[in-house]
Design a protein around this ligand. Structure first.
Ligand SMILES: NC(=O)c1ccc[n+]([C@@H]2O[C@H](COP(=O)([O-])OP(=O)(O)OC[C@H]3O[C@@H](n4cnc5c(N)ncnc54)[C@H](O)[C@@H]3O)[C@@H](O)[C@H]2O)c1
Ligand SMILES: O=C[C@H](O)CS(=O)(=O)O
Length: 479
């Protein structure tokens, strides 16, 4: 790994910030400590807010072309450091190196996309209601943004927020997950290297997120909170933002259905299920959480799925061609095990896996359970691990009702070939994103986000810039 990207101090106002205490960042595959990182408190978080607030006027006054050029240089630097960034990510998060390499590109693509969008942040003029008046709408930077991000995509969940924010002329304070701060700090190092001005981008590392979150959600200088993480934490942050009426974007939890109809291409459906279920060891917000398979193809699909699951290679993401790494921590292991136990206690039929992996630690066997029913916890709760529970259904109406029977509404998937069925099912699914004959739908080109308790707002696409701008209506009279 490139040692010049291994940073362990926080980054505030263009300075690498020490702290009286530090917290360990460990490798989930080995338990080894990678680095001891500065453990900042609320006062330091306020310093970061002050730095971002002080930097905002000059940054917002920069021309769109200047901001675009700087973002482009940052993109080029991230791409040039794909390998060291990916190796750092695999060490602190655990995902296989090939997935980390992919995440660096995916995350960098948001920087490239919003480098381009910066030049398209246009306002408008409007037909006037009176001949002595002229009407126009300005699109302006919203101001200081607080970005609080999860551990499962340590790079992409940051650039998906920071890139549009910087493009719009905002300045940012990032609070990365305590499990994976090193990738965030490496991104800040590259931003510093390409000349991003002091205070525009700040990274507050901390082992106690609530104290930092309290500052970021209540300080009046922060105009926008962009959060990616669990729904319970998102609700708490929304409550905390209410006191200063902050704008908020929420990218929250999911409970994705993966529906296989009897006219589906079963081989394609199995490949889609493997990709959607077991990516990042099942630790993504858009992972399939429930597989719903029509009666007529249930056994055939189950047999094909079990055969493919048995081919998955488990191990340390840095070693060889591994398909599944460890879970992030012991709590994640316990969640998966509790869902497996509950399903089997309530009549589920174990097809494969179902136990911690022989590698020990937080490695878990990829697991398939059949004959799963809506009474089981896996029907209602996000497992966030390598467990594929397979439900069965009889007709389209039942499949749609089962799929929508959740407070979540992030991603849904289904495999079918009849076009009338495809249209009717797609329109009936209550989700922000739908994959049809496709198990991986994420791209910087499209609006990513959910409805119901899966979130507010969208990230990616031209829509993703809107969340970092305010409209100012101007009426010029006396003409
Ligand atoms: N919708 C999406 O785009 C998306 C993407 C990734 C993860 N997620 C969701 O995130 C969850 C897993 O990620 P996680 O375990 O990191 O989630 P989490 O909610 O525990 O933590 C997310 C971030 O919030 C911080 N945090 C936790 N409690 C806080 C508090 N009281 N105040 C301020 N900050 C606080 C954490 O330190 C971390 O930085 C899953 O539910 C997953 O579905 C959603
Ligand atoms: O876990 C959440 C991420 O948003 C998943 S993805 O990489 O954007 O598909």
């Amino acid at each position: 790994m490139s040692s010049d990207l291994l940073m362990s101090n926080a980054y505030i106002n263009g300075q690498w910030r020490e702290a009286p205490t530090r917290f360990a960042v460990t490798n989930p595959a080995t338990g080894d400590t990678i680095a001891d990182v500065a453990d900042l408190d609320g006062d330091a978080a306020r310093d970061a807010v002050a730095a971002a607030d002080a930097a905002w006027p000059a940054w917002r006054k920069r021309s769109a072309k200047e901001r675009s050029a700087l973002l482009r240089r940052w993109f080029d630097a991230v791409i040039a450091h794909q390998e060291p960034l990916a190796r750092l990510m695999t060490q602190e998060q655990g995902k296989p190196l090939k997935e980390s390499m992919g995440e660096v590109i995916y995350g960098a693509n948001f920087i490239e996309y919003y480098a381009e969008e910066a030049k398209r942040m246009a306002g408008e003029t409007l037909p006037s209601h009176s001949d002595d008046k002229r009407l126009m709408v300005m699109r302006e930077s919203i101001g200081v943004v607080a970005a609080i991000t999860p551990w499962n995509f340590p790079l992409a969940m940051i650039t998906r927020k920071v890139a549009p924010a910087l493009a719009a002329g905002c300045t940012v304070v990032i609070k990365p997950a305590e499990a994976t701060p090193l990738t965030a700090l490496a991104l800040a190092k590259l931003a510093e290297d390409v000349g991003l001005p002091a205070g525009v981008l700040n990274v507050v590392t901390a082992s106690k997120p609530a104290e930092i979150g309290e500052v970021l959600t209540t300080d009046p200088r922060v105009r926008k909170v962009s959060f990616t993480g669990s729904t319970p934490v998102g609700k708490k942050l929304l409550e905390q933002c209410a006191g200063t009426v902050k704008k908020a974007s929420m990218e929250l939890g999911g409970n994705a259905p993966f529906i296989v109809f009897d006219d589906a291409d079963l081989d394609a459906a199995v490949e889609g299920a493997i990709a959607s279920k077991f990516r990042n060891s099942g630790q993504t917000c858009v992972c399939t959480n429930r597989l719903l398979v029509q009666d007529g193809v249930y056994d055939a699909f189950l047999n094909k799925l079990a055969a493919r699951v048995s081919e998955l290679r488990i191990g340390n993401g840095l070693e060889g061609d591994v398909d599944q790494g460890p879970l992030i921590n012991a709590a994640a292991m316990e969640k998966v095990q509790s869902h497996v136990r509950d399903a089997l206690e309530h009549g589920g039929r174990l097809i494969c896996g179902g136990e911690p992996h022989s590698l020990g630690g937080t490695f878990y066997q990829p697991t398939v359970i059949a004959d799963v029913t809506p009474e089981m916890r896996v029907a209602r709760e996000e497992t966030f691990g390598p467990l594929a529970p397979v439900f069965r259904f009889t007709d389209d109406a039942e499949a749609i009702a089962m799929a929508n029977a959740t407070e979540f509404g992030l991603a849904a998937y289904f495999y079918a070939r009849d076009y009338a069925r495809i249209w009717h099912v797609m329109e009936a699914l209550e989700y922000g994103m739908v994959g049809i004959n496709e198990g991986i739908l994420s791209t910087e080109l499209a609006p990513f986000g959910g409805i119901k308790e899966s979130g507010l707002g969208r990230e990616g696409s031209r829509h993703g810039l809107d969340d970092y701008t305010e409209l100012k209506y101007v009426c010029i009279g006396g003409l």
